[in-house]
Design a protein. Structure first.
Length: 68
């Protein structure tokens, strides 16, 4: 029998500001994607998770939003 997947799942967090300001001018620093991975309990937090973390592209602490 297959085991139940469980309540904890792995999610990916991505910067909200970097997603808005993507440029195609060849700047390597802005084209790099930096993602954080973490886990969440899908029963306690069914909505998308938003945390404030450091973004190396923006060089400041920004909101990091859960992506699929």
């Amino acid at each position: 029998m297959a085991k139940n997947k469980g309540a904890r799942i792995i999610i990916t967090l991505r910067c909200v500001d970097c997603k808005k300001t993507t440029t195609n001018n060849g700047d390597k620093k802005s084209s790099r994607k930096i993602d954080y991975t973490t886990t969440k309990n899908r029963r306690n937090t069914p909505d998308r998770l938003v945390l404030k973390k450091y973004c190396p592209n923006c060089n400041i602490h920004t909101l990091q939003k859960e992506i699929k």
